[in-house]
Write a protein that binds this ligand. Sequence first.
Ligand code: HAM
Length: 397
Amino acid sequence: MKDLFVKSTGETSDIVEKEMFSLQDQGGRDLALRPEGTPGIVRAYINNNLSQEGHASKLFYIGSMFRAERPQAGRYREFEQIGVESLGNGHPAADAECILALRHFLESVGLAGKTRLRLNNIGCDEDPSCRPAYRKELRAFLDARSGELCDNCRRRMDRNPLRALDCKKDGPKLSENAPRLRPCGKCRVHVETVSRLLEENACGHVFPDSNLVRGLDYYTSTVFEFQADGIGAQDAVAGGGRYDTLVASMGGKPTPAVGWALGVERLLMAVLAHDSSGSSLAKISAPPKTDVYLVLATKDAEAVSKGVEIIESLRRFGIRAGGGLFSLSLKAQMREAGRQQVRYTVVLGEDELKKSPPTCKLKDMESGAQEDVALTDLLENIGNKLSKSELDLPQGA
Ligand code: HAM
């Protein structure tokens, strides 16, 4: 139904204002061709009761989207998206995991070093000193310059002044003098932690960009886009961010969430711009099942860093690794590992991390056998346990 997108994608988004293919069916119901995947995923999450306490979900979709945009290279009226949504995890590690997974995917199709990550935090509405205060300040700034603004920015100035910052016409001239968001304490810690986790995991080419707003109304806190080289003006291959208020606004329990979507046509353009044979695409294979699940028995910031680093290095080694639900209790994380029927669980606890060298507990979920393993030996230990054929190794390895 059209209403789904009006209420979630948002009335001040370009999509709802001018890009939806809308129609009425025989029953007089207002329908729309799906312009993006996130609202449908959130509706399914609520309707299928996935928002039960402690139940975090990582979902994906692949499908056609439709937007009535002016077609040009890389901008189509029908296009394919691959999307990922992580619901129920408000920890900054979830943002980092989403971004790192996207980077992995881009690297796996030959785009290592060929994309830039633009990253911003657009604040929250929970704390009046955060985005609400910023909106007011920015609104006054725009008001004083309304004569110089394009029609779109003038029209949106009251309801969504932030959009002026990423307007193609007005954004560049406003960006120098426009007031900047002063994030509340919670948002500041969030953005610092996301940035640190990305840095610690060598997520190269990160550009903090305070003009990145993103055109969908549901975003809160972290927003990001990956831009690719060599594909012209429509260079955003993927974009996403946090949307912590959307599930509740659609009738579900308050549930933090973060996700992204990637444009398949733009991805292909970027791959072919660097590898005209497209041979790197042959490396994409069917989504595998998780073999190793990382559980954190402490909320300590250093342990969180270690946890993200271990998941990242397991994946780089070709091991199918999951976890990262660090805001949940140990019990809830173990329950999730059981639900996913993983083969091994790696448990990181405060005491083990203090040892010299630091260790973890590696548990065989089938036999229940548990051993202490030095973190330095973890990759090799698990690698030996899983036969080579089961590893998700890059071709030729
Ligand atoms: P979006 O930025 O509107 O985000 O779209 C994501 C990607 O879809 C873009 O980066 C681009 O590659 C591709 N795309 C968008 N419009 C077109 C077009 N007209 N022609 C070709 N490719 C296009 C979303 O859709 C959000 N649902 C992403 C998200 C998921 N945020 C949180 N979770």
